[in-house]
Design a protein around this ligand. Sequence first.
Ligand SMILES: [Zn+2]
Ligand SMILES: [Zn+2]
Length: 257
Amino acid sequence: MNFKKTQIGKLIIAVSLTMNLVSCKEEEAVTTSTTSTEVPAVYKKVYGATSITSDGTYITFKTKNLPDHKSPYYATSNALYEAYIGTTFGGNTFKKNPNTISELSVTVKIPLNPKVDATHAATPLGAIGIALNGVAFFNQYAGPNNQALTNEIVSFDKYYGHPQNSGVYHYHVEPLYLTTVKSTKSGLMGFLLDGFPVYGPQEENGTTVTSSQLDAYHGHTHTTIDYPNGTYHYHFTADAPYLNGSGYYGTPGTITQ
Ligand SMILES: [Zn+2]
Ligand SMILES: [Zn+2]
């Protein structure tokens, strides 16, 4: 009897030790998941970034700003160089500008939890966001002094991008390589600096979005595949202002190059 009691006693100690170990592990697991430097899946869709990190407040993308598609704006020695003769955005006849694509070292920092900002800061000339392929988004104006894009549109290549005078390749309008090759017309295209996502010119049900359906900042709120709980988002549209209206919806992060 004594022998049996000892054995049972040992068993109870062993079981309680095991349970303690299990509960310790569970606590550790909970602690790990609350340290939120993990990058949410939606940001990993920016496949052209050379790195994507989170500090729990901002998502930071690093990019060389090089399009992953052919362009007549690459140096002729580049494997992605391709001459182009034909039409471009709006049915205009393509006319190459004198610039060439440069490799850059860009850091784009956007809020992890974007929020509306009543000041709606105007978007500046230059990069205002990042596309899935790591290329910059620009607004509806040309430099200097916010001129209309009219004279620039003819120089958009067959994927509707072009470089400015220091070689920064960018999209002002629908990035056609993303909407037709890498994603779809209703897919995620990237993010503006305020952290809100940018979608293509259609909704997921196939309807085409026009500027008149959007607010002054060129967006609206509803659920998407990437955001099942709903989010504010911008859309590219065929009609001006194409991507952004009169400012950011939220508080912009930073872009350095
Ligand atoms: Zn431009
Ligand atoms: Zn929408």
